[in-house]
Structures are given as structure tokens and as C-alpha cells.
Design a binder for this molecule. Sequence first.
Ligand SMILES: [Ca+2]
Ligand SMILES: [Ca+2]
Length: 337
Amino acid sequence: MAAGCGSSDERVATCAGAVGEAADVKDAFLGGKGLAAGVGSAVDPKTGLPTRVVHAASGITLVLVPAGEFFMGVERGEGLEARHRRVVKRPFYMGATEVTVGQFRRFVDATGYVTDAESGRAPEEDDKVRGAFVTPNDRVHQREWDDRASWRNPFPRVSGFELREDHPVSQVSWNDAVAFCRHFRLELPTEAQWEYAYRAGAATAYPWGDDGAAGAPFMNGGDESMARRFPRESAAYAYDDGHATHAPAGAFRPNAWGLFDMAGNVEEWTSHDSYLQRVADGLDERAPAPTTNSRVLRGSAWFSSPEGSEPWRRYGMRPTSRRDFIGFRVVVKVDAR
Ligand SMILES: [Ca+2]
Ligand SMILES: [Ca+2]
């Protein structure tokens, strides 16, 4: 619409009409999704959509991720992680942060939803019904089952931990994340959407360049604060980010597209229904039907290092799994052009 606008009176009139039409489409789209333009939002010239929106019912702020293409995976990788071109056909909105405890509480308050960890309806293992695997008080990497654990109490054995409303929600299964999304008419990102958004246009090994260590300011990881709190651990890297376990969402530097905590804090469920399959046609459609009882997690966690937070890393867990290092963020598809 911008090309040629203003070069004659007639064209100005045409362009004004186009602007009005785009605004109507934009408003209808946003309203239909329960979104409103966020404070300080700009307008994306390609779509006419605000670059920053708020989903009123959940309180989630989302940022506009442009359409485009990228190379997914890693050059030296094989099979599922092998480097391949990927097209993201449409822009989408993605949660600026992981879903927080407070946002998840809105869902629970509205629906009375009981998570897998609380109900035990989806056992993790035969003798592990209610609860979740948790971090012991003195170490991180040998988790123990605890039937008290849930999103309300993610670290029942870690003294001194105090849950905050702006912490990322954790101890939520894939089933719980999907229930949250269904209620609010949001979605989990596909693997392609997640990796594309994490890379944020960078063609380097990491979103912040080729030096993994330079990512420390972007993430809450397994730093010296973690090592001090858990005496049987050593820091995964030489840095003090000030947070021994979870950090409040959005506490570190965002990536180039305004997304926080893509590396670190909690790993994030994707919509990908199968760990084994990926869409092979180069497009960003949703994953094929489930073929395994496994779901894909993306991103790294509060015990990870920036070097270990490569964009291509993917992990498989059962849809019933819950951990204190697993959460999620949401996306909204953009249908308006
Ligand atoms: Ca930390
Ligand atoms: Ca994360």
C-alpha cells in the first residue's frame, strides 16, 4: 500500500482508503483473538498490525514475529537436527516471555482446572502418580519424586525458594499447557516457529553471535548463584546472573525481536506432537499426527549454560511429564494480511 502513495491526489485518496480498510481488518483480527495493541506499540508496515499486543484475558504480552525463512537445525547434525531451509509463511504473535505463574493462575481461577501433577490422573510412572520430579535441597541434576510438587509448589525441597507471580509457571505437563491454550484460544508454537523466533534473523551459531559465552546476559542459567545455593553443584559457566533457580520472566536482555528468556529459565513445550517427526516440506505447518508418546521441548533451563543453548537443540518428554525446568510460551496465528 505504501508504494507510490502521495504522488498524486488520486493516489492519496486510494491510499487513504487502503489504510482504512487495513485498520478495519486489523481491528477485527485483534478483537477476534482477544488482543489489543500494547502500550508503546508501533505499527508493522507490512501487515498494518501492532508490533506489540496484550491478550487481555490472560494478561500475556505478545510481540509480532515477521514472516520469513531461515535455516533450521545444525550444519553438522544428522536426521532430525540436520540443517535445512524452512519457510515461515505468515507472521505470528509470540509471548514476549514464558507464561507466568500469575497468568496460569488466571486460567485456573477461570476454569477450576487441576493439573496432571495435582490430580495424578496421568501418572508419570506406575508408582509416580501425584506430584512431580523435583530438585533436592543440595543438588540439581539428580531429581527425586515428590507428591507435593505442582505449579503452586515447584521446589518443595529447596529451602528459601519463594514462588512469585512473575516466575515462569513450571511443573506443567504438555497436557496442561494445551488446556491453557485451548481456554484462551492461544496455541503452542511449532518447533519451526520457536527456533525461528529464537534465532531472530541471526545466521550465526547463536542468536547473539558465534561465541556461545557471549549469551550470558540473555539468560537465567546455571551460574554462580546456582552453584552457591546448591553446594554439590558447580557453575555451568563463569557468570553471576543473580538467580539460583527461576528468575522472574523478562529479567534478562531480549533477543533482536523482543523475546525474553528463549534461552534459560525454563524449557518450553512446543505443539510438535512427535519427537521423532518433523515437517519435511520446508514450511511451517503444524506437526503431523502423533506417532510417539513424546513431545518436543525447546530452549534451555535455569541450570544450563549459554554454550549449551544452541537454537537447534530439542528434547523429548512424555505429554504427562512435569518438571521444575519445564514451562511454555504461546503464539497467536496472524490470519489478516
Ligand atoms: Ca541463574
Ligand atoms: Ca525459556
